[in-house]
Write a protein that binds this ligand. Sequence first.
Ligand SMILES: Cc1cc2nc3c(=O)[nH]c(=O)nc-3n(C[C@H](O)[C@H](O)[C@H](O)COP(=O)(O)OP(=O)(O)OC[C@H]3O[C@@H](n4cnc5c(N)ncnc54)[C@H](O)[C@@H]3O)c2cc1C
Length: 431
Amino acid sequence: MKASIFSPQPSFDPWWWEAAPPAATIVRDVPSAADVAIIGAGYTGLSAALTLARAGRSVVVLDAGDPGEGASSRNGGMLGSGHKVSFAAMSARYGHATAVAIIKEGLASLVYTVDLIRREDINCHFSQTGRFRAAFNVKHYDSLGREADFLRKELGVEVDMVPRAEQHREVATDVYHGGCVYHQHGTLHPALFHKGLLDRVVAAGATVIGRTPVTTIERINGSFSVITDRTPLTVGNVIAATNGYTGTVTPQLRRRVVPVPSFIIATEPLSAETINELIPNGRMIVETRRLHCYYRISPDGRRMLFGGRASLLPMDTRKSAKRLYDIMVKLFPQLANVRISHSWTGFVAFSRDHLAHIGVNDGIHFAMGYCGSGVAMAPYLGYKTAQKILGSPEGKTAFDETKFAAIPLYRGHPWFLRFLDPYYRITDLFE
Ligand SMILES: Cc1cc2nc3c(=O)[nH]c(=O)nc-3n(C[C@H](O)[C@H](O)[C@H](O)COP(=O)(O)OP(=O)(O)OC[C@H]3O[C@@H](n4cnc5c(N)ncnc54)[C@H](O)[C@@H]3O)c2cc1C
């Protein structure tokens, strides 16, 4: 009988929580009035709160769970420049000028978030490791090459192609068809980043309250009454910073983002030789296939953290661990006898055009739809949302030019994912 893939006592919480568990203690009375209420205490909400509190506004951040319990303390900690969509596809949809402006927003989000970490002196193991985007087939390699040419020539991005014959200098597998390295991308410990932001927000004077779901937002004479199971909170502005956890409180926004689970496993500690062989330059690795995998070495240099879309539907994390393990071992047969110590999941939010969105809907400010790439973009758009509320021209973004479209025949129950999951699996095989 095959031995279990799990450690004797596996954990089904994020490995990150061992260093920085979500802040469970922040439960207290809700004040009766403030300038701004923010729903969601992830990177988006906290970044908006920090900007507004430093500008002298009274801010209350409310989270249904413990602050950080959403995607912001569960993710892969890969810091990139934002978009899933290629320049060619964006340009076909929005025209050359808007597409260039959107790509620039992605680059600006990376600069903003790196600067935020440095300026606020947040100790979250940030490192500019670079990212290797691994081509799943020759067609993907060619389109990565065209995109790299554009980024290098038009925008001065540091990006290099790595042909298949040389890919072992980045990753020890023969499955890929080469790829490209984005040198400016980086890595961090997501839960420590969240904790650092939370500490700065509280120190700036904002009130952050956990385990307090917002159930209704009522409009009264130009202001809002934010309803929870405690005192109603009257505010001038509301920000929905709920991304993959957007629910019935903002039904219009809910029709615009599809919650999709992402899954990660952590291996037990590996030898230094194995780690150096697997990912010699210590970069973040992200694949081009639709149901892609993303993986990296943990900040302590000892484990493989291997993530991916084990399923497009929520799944028990024992089962998702097995799926991810099988994929990992196909890529790296040398890991066949390694055991899994942690397996967890969280929700990302996909928009119809696979771009992030920011704006005002039904009087409520929002920033969401990061499509699985929010570590840099969420803090950036949280900041931009705050600037919009402050009435500053700094709040303008290229996303103001794009439409945040509702998803047809969708009101919050993503029935179509059941069909998309097998379809994507098949097209990944034959594309
Ligand atoms: C497993 C995984 C891996 C990922 N890996 C990466 C990566 O490597 N790189 C990258 O760039 N991105 C990654 N992402 C995406 C990234 O984590 C998110 O884009 C980002 O954290 C979104 O931040 P946020 O603040 O907008 O939302 P979240 O951090 O998800 O916070 C939303 C919060 O809203 C709260 N909420 C919802 N409704 C209510 C309500 N009614 N009342 C009160 N509170 C409410 C929720 O409780 C939640 O805490 C990953 C995501 C996951 C799940």
